[in-house]
Design a binder for this molecule. Structure first.
Ligand SMILES: Cc1ncc(COP(=O)(O)O)c(C=O)c1O
Length: 397
């Protein structure tokens, strides 16, 4: 079959693929410790599930407006005001089937042939492929552990061209767990002010921050930028609602109208029942989020300390999301039973085969020295997995 060329320009999501492989092995009875998950291991809070059940019983099961109900838009507007000090009207909000779908709609409505999109690396796997699908060119800024995986104003300035259409910011970041301070955002914002491009701020991990860090959006840090900032967020990570598929964008009305138009010819509205659940997530009690953050922070400290204690491994102390992103590169070149580990893909394959541990090779995020471990799994699993990784590293000659 001759498929459209665009299909061959992109890769299937590598993180979802690793998770699926680990789950398949588990289903066959293999005792795998999975560090691949990109979703909280907690249940969706009861009040949210109750709101969805009520929606079904009340017959709220039909089409809604394409870009979300007014009720949900109002809950999002209230959240953006309360948490971020940002004011929006209903016409400046559009709801989609997850933050990934929101980002896809934005790239389709904003990016075209010749447009460049600046993406700090390591990056979330879908950013470059979504840009490429829209005909744009990803322009990467490399960061590393030493710089806390953050771009500097100088690095940003150096890659801006007349073709720059947008900068993609993701703080806290998947895969590094790095998060920008208000001062750092102000410094980057000063560079953005001198030029004319959009800033797509993916805030999906906003609620998951540690060590007392306060999340800030760049439009909050530099209010003059707000007309050019597109805030992307959703309920997946903060409320353990990955399966419900609700994400949203807040930004210029022209863009919101455009992404809603794109959506009217693809999915139509996000699920009516999930929209009701999202209203409860945003307007209801927030204690489940706070409890999740306490648990994640404990796990973060444990996993980072354990990784740093493995000879040859160094791990950045992340301040957000639920990922550790250790540097394993000093063991590249070593071998096991004659087979050399040359890169993150070899290392991940070695761990899966010989240690029964699944993690995501850093190459998936554009950073081959590293690998990503999600700590959205129980402390017992984390301990067991770290014991296995430690032993596997020590077994390399
Ligand atoms: C950085 C980042 N943005 C967006 C998403 C997508 O979230 P959603 O489940 O709302 O589509 C993810 C999920 O892994 C993510 O890590």
């Amino acid at each position: 079959m001759k498929l459209a060329d665009r299909v061959n320009k992109i890769q299937p999501s590598p993180t979802l693929a690793i998770d699926a492989k680990a789950k398949a092995l588990k289903a066959q009875g293999v005792d795998i410790v999975g560090f691949g998950a990109g979703e909280p291991d907690f249940d969706t809070p009861a009040n949210i599930k109750e709101a969805a059940k009520k929606a079904i019983d009340a017959g709220f099961t039909k089409y809604t407006p394409v870009g979300g109900t007014d009720e949900l838009k109002d809950a999002i507007i209230a959240k953006l005001q309360r948490d971020n000090g940002l004011s929006y009207e209903r016409g400046e909000i559009s709801v989609a089937c997850g933050a990934k779908h929101t980002l896809y709609n934005i790239s389709q409505a904003l990016i075209q042939e010749g447009d460049e999109v600046i993406i700090p690396a390591p990056y979330w796997v879908s950013y470059p492929d979504q840009v490429v699908l829209a005909g744009g060119k990803p322009v990467f800024i490399e960061t590393d552990q030493a710089s806390g995986f953050k771009i500097t104003p100088q690095q940003l300035e150096a890659v801006i061209t007349p073709n720059t259409k947008a900068l993609l910011l993701n703080s806290p970041c998947n895969p590094t767990g790095s998060a920008y301070s208000v001062e750092e955002l102000q410094a980057l914002g000063q560079v953005c002010l001198k030029h004319d491009f959009y800033i797509i701020s993916d805030d999906i991990y906003e609620k998951l921050v540690y060590d007392g860090l306060k999340f800030t959006n760049i439009a909050t840090a530099v209010p003059e930028l707000k007309p050019r900032v597109v805030v992307v967020n959703g309920v997946s990570k903060a409320y353990s609602m990955t399966g419900w598929r609700i994400g949203y964008a807040a930004g210029p009305k022209t863009l919101m109208d455009a992404i809603t138009k794109m959506q009217s010819q693809s999915t139509s509205n996000p699920t009516s029942i999930a929209q009701k659940a999202a209203v409860e997530a945003l307007n209801g009690p927030q204690d489940a989020v706070a409890a999740m953050v306490v648990e994640f922070e404990k796990r973060r400290t444990y996993i980072v300390d354990r990784l740093n204690a493995i000879p040859g491994v160094t791990c950045f102390r992340s301040t957000g999301a639920f990922y550790a992103f250790p540097d394993f590169s000093s063991i590249y070149g070593k071998s096991f039973e004659g087979k050399v580990i040359s890169n993150s893909t070899d290392f991940a394959a070695y761990l899966l085969e010989h240690a029964k541990v699944a993690l995501v090779p850093g190459i998936a995020f554009g950073a081959d020295k590293y690998a990503r471990l999600s700590y959205a799994t129980s402390m017992d699993n984390i301990k067991k997995g770290l014991d296995r990784i430690e032993e596997a590293v020590l077994n390399l000659k």
